[in-house]
Design a protein around this ligand. Structure first.
Ligand SMILES: Nc1nc2c(ncn2[C@@H]2O[C@H](COP(=O)(O)OP(=O)(O)OP(=O)(O)O)[C@@H](O)[C@H]2O)c(=O)[nH]1
Ligand SMILES: O=C(O)[C@H](O)COP(=O)(O)O
Length: 212
């Protein structure tokens, strides 16, 4: 069984645009870097045959390589197309299982990542109930990636159409992503010691007082 991990990540200056009402560009870039570092740091060594960051950005690629990950070039046609191309590449290289893990999960733990190295198809929904934060599939399964709005329901619908049993995995570290200003306080309470929390405290010093 060869298992591979794909972590999609935007360029640092493009990422986390929905936080722009509370965080200027420098802060968003610092936060995106911290999120990627936290994500890669949570991946246990040796669990996957390869760990690749899918990106079209040189800054993100540099961080990925510095953290010991490979880089797969983003084909430039959106998240799903980038992941499909990366999955095809891994399949050509003999991959049997490909896990996609979003790179914006600040409370992610090694145990969460271990749970994603599964032998059966798994989806980890986002805390908002509509999104998908991780998907583990046999590399040959024809289930198309449907990340984006309502991706949880869309992944289930695609699986049902193909007769694939897709099991939900509910773990706080996989569910809690950081997308919106209202996510920030929760992230700080869940992941107080990570690079992400440090970046938030650095760029949003008033948060300390506001966080319960
Ligand atoms: N390679 C690649 N990664 C992407 C793309 N779109 C989103 N991602 C990554 O996929 C994950 C989930 O995406 P989002 O939650 O939308 O994160 P984001 O794009 O940083 O945030 P917003 O700008 O606020 O939407 C994050 O790790 C992103 O960096 C894309 O087109 N290509
Ligand atoms: O499928 C998803 O949920 C999208 O890729 C968006 O992810 P997000 O919940 O992190 O915005």
């Amino acid at each position: 069984m060869t298992r591979h991990l794909l972590i999609p990540a935007q360029g640092l200056t493009r990422a986390k645009s929905r936080l722009s009402p509370m965080l200027p560009e420098t802060g968003r870039a610092g936060l995106a870097e911290a999120l990627l570092r936290d994500t890669l740091a949570a991946v246990p060594a040796g669990l996957f045959d390869s760990v690749s960051v899918v990106t079209g950005a040189a800054d993100t690629a540099r961080i990925a390589r510095a953290m010991g990950a490979k880089v797969i070039a983003d084909v430039g046609d959106g998240l799903n197309a980038a992941l499909e191309a990366a999955r095809r590449k891994l399949r050509r290289q003999g991959a049997k299982v490909v896990t996609v893990l979003h790179g914006d999960l600040p409370a992610l733990t090694p145990a969460d990542v271990i749970a994603l190295a599964a032998d059966t198809p798994i989806i980890a929904p986002a805390h908002d109930g509509t999104g998908t934060n991780a998907l583990c599939l046999g590399a040959g399964l024809p289930l198309p990636y449907r990340f984006g709005p309502d991706s949880r329901a869309r992944h289930h619908a695609a699986a049902a159409e193909l007769g694939i049993a897709l099991t939900e995995l509910h773990r706080p570290g996989l569910a809690q992503d950081l997308d919106l200003p209202q996510d920030v306080a929760r992230v700080l309470s869940l992941a107080p010691d990570g690079a992400t929390a440090r970046a938030l405290r650095r760029y949003l010093p008033t948060l300390e007082r506001e966080t319960p």
